[in-house]
Design a protein around this ligand. Structure first.
Ligand code: ACM
Length: 732
């Protein structure tokens, strides 16, 4: 470790905890300043080697199981010394981590204070996909160190997938002898191609071998290595959760045992690989044998079996699957998948463990509905990831499952969701009170298709994981983004000292647009991941310069139409991506909207009845951005402007994205009325965007008006049969 204190010239200078932010991440529940300062002796350390002294504070520790919260600790720093009282051994460690961060802030002279602290959630984790790309055991241990430093406690390892089997199974040595190695696949080729211009894409050369004339990529962990990892993590109160993905994502198995799929072939289907067959007893025998060894290596109470993204076409072709469905009375292939999952559940629970599945597994049936044949037992824990499917957490919890949150946006960190989104993810806060006991917590997950080496992995995980640590530990009303960014500036020294290659250049500008109905204006608030950003903006559509208006941490109020462009400035230059938006408080903002025929699709409800008149326009960011409202048929709405107004134009925006089946409406009809009863003849606005035009397309269906009216009836015809996505009716 590098010398941390030497990088902190101001350490030991700030000597009062009063009115001073303690640089602890995650922010403790309670910090109460005491009187005086605790001075630490460093008698056996030479003055310059102050970090040797760093380890020499040995607080008195006691376990007190009567403390009210699991893993609670009380760190008391007085003039006379330091003590930690904790509810558990893990709590003692959390107290020590807090003390270490205070030492980083204050050096050997820590102001007296009492910190009382405990985690909000029990599951605070990171998932690493070791199959798509491989990481050394040392790298996994380092993740354990970092997790422990931020008081996180779960490392979930995705150990098997189509692209490689990474765990030694003694009964089936071919799984690693052959299944851990592959010739360069499409993902490797992409990384190799990118590497030509971007060295960060280098395919880790330690995992490339030459064997019998072939170049192979791969690697695996021996059982001995994994036991070593488990023991290492246990000392730091981190549990390693193994995931063996099944019955899909199993080409590493089926390549060796093609007889395990429904057709006897190890092939790739339309989107995913052929899954294992739920109608073959030898599949269960094999998987149970594998799980026996897995459970022997990993003492974790939780065993993850994946159960995500199972392409069931081969099951549809299989007589054995049909016969099984008939026997069990299943009407859907999702219910047939539940049969498989149920059998694995019974096996895993018979060994005293608890099973986790990805949330796809709940699609087989519902205890509360009539179709309960394929329901999962509530003792299966569900990992929530399909963020674009509406209502998943609610359905999971209604079924009595415990839930772990890792929604693809923002928790899949191979994607580019800003750290801001991770810090502010509010899914936890929206859980109804009656289900709160079912929330285990959350994790960030790193899928490794493009994570060709550990530096790229670091770059994607950090510092977002640091933000998550606070989200999962600290009560929502104690969290503070601004102070977090300042504390993170200090923590980056710790990350540097531990050679973590975190992302340093987040010039992403976060913009929040609010509609102020009372003040009849738009308000825009900016934020970024820098603790003290220089944000400049213009209102005439031009690119900001160093002399443009500076954003001053207060909402910008817009009463007249403007074309706003805002950016973070670095060295006097506006950074991309800039915020570019036409802002206008038009005549329909805040108007009441009545849906007369159908409502939105549950998965794409946006802001429900407020969507079309909230002053925020859906944009090319796509139909999943929370602004667009989705419909699977034609629909009609009536906009009530509240009073008769002179109108000069109408427009309504739609989005086309034909890949996922999102089309423009065939036409939009507009009728106007003064009294809400008698409407004018319809003005028809036809679509002119070809229905085979690929890519994300926007169209404003618009028409001039020259009339006075209070009510606008809008009839939208869905003529393609897929989805129609609409947002913002703009009336001038
Ligand atoms: C997943 O991302 N397929 C769980």
């Amino acid at each position: 470790m590098k010398n941390l204190f030497l990088s902190l010239p101001f350490a030991a200078m700030a000597l009062s905890a009063q009115a001073q932010q303690v640089n602890v991440i995650p922010q403790p529940v309670s910090v109460v300043a005491g009187k005086g300062i605790c001075h630490f002796d460093c008698t056996h350390a030479a003055p310059v080697l102050q970090d040797e002294c760093y380890g020499c504070i040995t607080p008195a520790t006691t376990i007190d199981t009567t403390l009210p919260h699991p893993d609670e600790y009380v760190l008391a720093i007085t003039k006379k010394g330091v003590s930690i009282k904790a509810q558990s051994e893990a709590g003692v460690q959390y107290g020590r981590e807090t003390l270490a961060q205070l030492q980083l802030q204050y050096g050997h002279h820590i102001p007296a204070m009492t910190i009382t602290d405990w985690p909000r959630f029990e599951w605070r984790g990171l998932m690493l996909d070791c199959s798509r790309h491989f990481y050394t055991l040392e790298y996994l241990k380092k993740q354990v160190d970092i997790l422990a430093h931020y008081k996180m406690n779960r490392l979930h390892l995705h150990l098997t997938d189509d692209q490689g089997w990474r765990i030694e199974i003694k009964r089936y040595p071919e799984l690693t002898q052959q299944g851990a190695w592959r010739e360069f696949n499409e993902q490797d080729s992409i990384c190799l191609r990118e590497y030509k211009d971007q060295p960060e894409f280098e395919l880790d050369p330690r995992f490339i071998i030459h064997h019998e004339g072939k170049t192979l990529y791969g690697g695996y962990y021996t059982q001995e290595q994994l036991r070593d990892l488990v023991a290492y993590a246990e000392k730091k109160h981190v549990t390693i959760i193994p995931e063996i993905d099944m019955p899909g994502h199993t080409q590493a198995i089926s390549a060796l045992f093609p007889e395990f799929t429904a057709t006897g072939e190890a092939k790739w289907g339309t989107v995913f690989s052929y899954p294992l067959s739920p109608a073959k007893e030898e599949v269960y025998t094999f998987l149970q044998n594998v799980l026996d060894e897995v459970m022997d290596i990993f003492p974790s109470h939780y065993i993850h079996i994946g159960a995500d993204e199972v392409e069931k076409d081969t099951w549809k072709k299989s007589e054995a699957c049909q016969a099984l469905m008939k026997r069990e009375g299943f009407e859907t292939y999702e219910a047939l998948q539940s049969y498989f999952v149920n059998r694995m559940h019974d096996y895993i629970t018979s060994k005293g463990r608890e099973m986790i599945c990805w949330d796809d597994a709940i699609e087989g049936g519902d205890y509360k509905a009539d179709d309960n044949a394929g329901a999962l037992p509530s003792s299966t824990d569900i990992m929530y990831w399909r963020y674009w499917v509406g209502g998943v957490p609610q359905r999971v919890m209604e079924q009595g499952h415990h839930i772990i949150f890792t929604p693809g946006s923002p928790m899949y960190v191979a994607h580019s969701a800003p750290m801001y989104d991770v810090y502010h993810y509010d899914g936890f806060d929206k859980v109804p009170v009656e289900y709160e006991h079912l929330v285990r917590g959350g994790q960030v997950s790193l899928w490794a298709e493009s994570m060709s080496n550990f530096r790229r992995a670091d770059y994607c995980i950090y510092p977002r994981l640091v933000a998550l640590s606070e989200r999962l530990w600290t009560p929502a009303d104690v969290m503070n983004w601004k102070s977090f960014k300042q504390r993170l500036d200090i923590e980056k020294l710790w990350l540097d000292a531990h050679d973590v290659r975190y992302a340093k250049t987040f010039a992403t500008l976060n913009a929040m647009q609010q509609t102020d109905l009372e003040g009849q204006q738009m308000k825009v608030v900016f934020d970024s991941e820098f603790s003290d950003p220089d944000i400049r903006y213009t209102l005439d559509g031009s690119v900001p310069t160093a002399s443009s208006l500076r954003y001053a941490d207060e909402p910008i109020c817009i009463t007249k139409p403007v074309d706003m462009v805002a950016a973070i400035m670095i060295d006097g230059k506006a950074q991309e991506p800039m915020f570019r938006r036409h802002l206008e408080y038009h005549k329909a903002v805040g108007a009441k909207v009545e849906y007369t025929t159908r409502r939105w699709h549950e998965s794409y409800k946006a802001a429900e009845v407020a969507t079309f008149t909230d002053g925020k326009r859906g944009s090319l960011t796509g139909f999943g951005d929370g602004l667009w409202q989705g419909f699977t048929g034609s629909f009609e709405v009536i906009v009530d402007l509240g009073e008769a107004k002179d109108l000069s134009s109408f427009s309504m925006r739609f989005l086309q994205d034909i890949g996922p089946g999102v089309f423009m409406p065939g036409q939009v009809e507009v009728q106007l009325s003064a009294d809400g009863t008698n409407y004018s003849d319809a003005i028809t606005i036809k679509n002119d965007v070809p229905s085979d035009l690929r890519g994300c397309q926007l169209k404003d269906f618009e028409t001039p008006l020259s009339t006075r009216a209070q009510y606008i009836k809008v009839n939208v015809r869905n003529t393609q049969g897929g989805f129609v996505f609409a947002d913002e009716i703009v009336v001038k």
